[in-house]
Each structure stands twice: as structure tokens, then as C-alpha cells.
Ligand binder design. Sequence first.
Ligand SMILES: Cc1cc2nc3c(=O)[nH]c(=O)nc-3n(C[C@H](O)[C@H](O)[C@H](O)COP(=O)(O)O)c2cc1C
Length: 218
Amino acid sequence: MESNPWQFSAAERDAVYRAIRERRDMRHFSGEPLDPDILKRLLQAAHQAPSVGLMQPWRFIRITDSQLRQRIRGLVEQEREATADALNEREAEFLRLKVEGMDKCAEVLVVALMDQREKHIFGRRTLPEMDLASVSCAIQNLWLAARAEGVGVGWVSLFDPDALGALLQMPEGSKAIAVLCIGPVDAFYDRPMLEQEGWAEAQPLEALMAENCWPQQD
Ligand SMILES: Cc1cc2nc3c(=O)[nH]c(=O)nc-3n(C[C@H](O)[C@H](O)[C@H](O)COP(=O)(O)O)c2cc1C
């Protein structure tokens, strides 16, 4: 095969795949601060994400007020209890899981969809949720860059977006989709923590792939 001049070097490719493979959703942090230059790089990585029609629908709110962090944590706790209640027979098992790391993470970042998204039609006429997909791409960029920096990130989505919106004075039409816990960790989990805790088992790629039509059951 002809060499591809656009291909990264073998070491660079390995690094990209390693960040993807070893990225974990983290809920245990060391309590150390995050180097401000690293935070800047992570935010820049997020901001370089693709977005539908180049609408860049992401908004980032850095939470530096410790009282505000506690109030956000209160919202997460409320939703954790409501989720446990809705899980019926798995309630006790769920309550044993650690679902957020806001106690010790260095930084809390709220990521939100912007307001007035209805003006953006390109790529969203039939699929309006492509704005959410775009913000998710930004979060994934930040997550992978953080893994390369040796920094943990946990995506917390256990909260009432209206209550969080009111707390952060967000405009009508905007919507928070993530409370990101970011910071140094003592170690990264080897496997998803939900697997380690026996809550869920990840499926292999083959189980989720098909050719020409929807995957058939064996
Ligand atoms: C959109 C999204 C929302 C998530 N919300 C939460 C959450 O509220 N609490 C939590 O503990 N983990 C949350 N997670 C993390 C998942 O549980 C985790 O990604 C999954 O178990 C796979 O583990 P891994 O990210 O380490 O590969 C979320 C992940 C995604 C992608």
C-alpha cells in the first residue's frame, strides 16, 4: 500500500488510541488543585469540537464559589434520591454507587446548551437534537484531552436542569446537560466503575454491529 502522507506517526496514533481506550468516567479525585494552564487547554480542546452548522451551541460555566458548588451538589443529591426511588428493586444497589466526585474534584464545570437554538436550522430541521450531539462532542474532546493530561473527568447528569438553570441565572431556552467534575486523581479505574461495581456489563462491538439492516437476534 502507498503511504498516506496525512497519517500520524505510529507513536502519535498509539497515543490517540490510548487516550480513547484509557479514558474513564472518574468519581474519585485526589483533592489536589488543577494547573490553570491545563484547564485552559482542556477548554480549548472542547471548543475545537465539531458542531452542526458550526453553531457552537456549548456554553461553559466554571464554578469557583464553594457555596454555589455545595448548592449544585445538593441538587445532585436530590436527583440521586429520586433516581434511587424510581429504580425500585435496584434502589439499595444504586445508592451504594458513587455517582459524582464533587466532594474532592479540583474544578466543577457546568456545560450547557445555548439559548435561541431554534434560529439554527442547518442540520437540525429533522434532527433538532444535533445541538445536543455537538455539545457532547465538545465534552468528549475535553474528556480525552484530560486523559492525555493525566486528569480525571466525571460527567454528572443527575440533576434537574430547570433548578440548575435558575441557580446559574441561565436564560430561557438554554439547558445544562453536564456537571463536569475535573481534577487530579490517584489512579484511573482499569474498567468502567459501573462494571467494577457489578452494576452493568459493557457489550462487545460485534453485538452492536450489523450490515445492511438492523442487527438480527441469533
Ligand atoms: C451522557 C452521560 C451522562 C453520564 N452521567 C453520569 C452520572 O450522572 N453519574 C455517573 O456516575 N456517571 C455518569 N456517566 C458516566 C457513565 O456511567 C460512564 O461513562 C459509563 O459507565 C462507562 O464508563 P467509562 O466512561 O469509564 O468508560 C455519564 C456518561 C455519559 C456519557
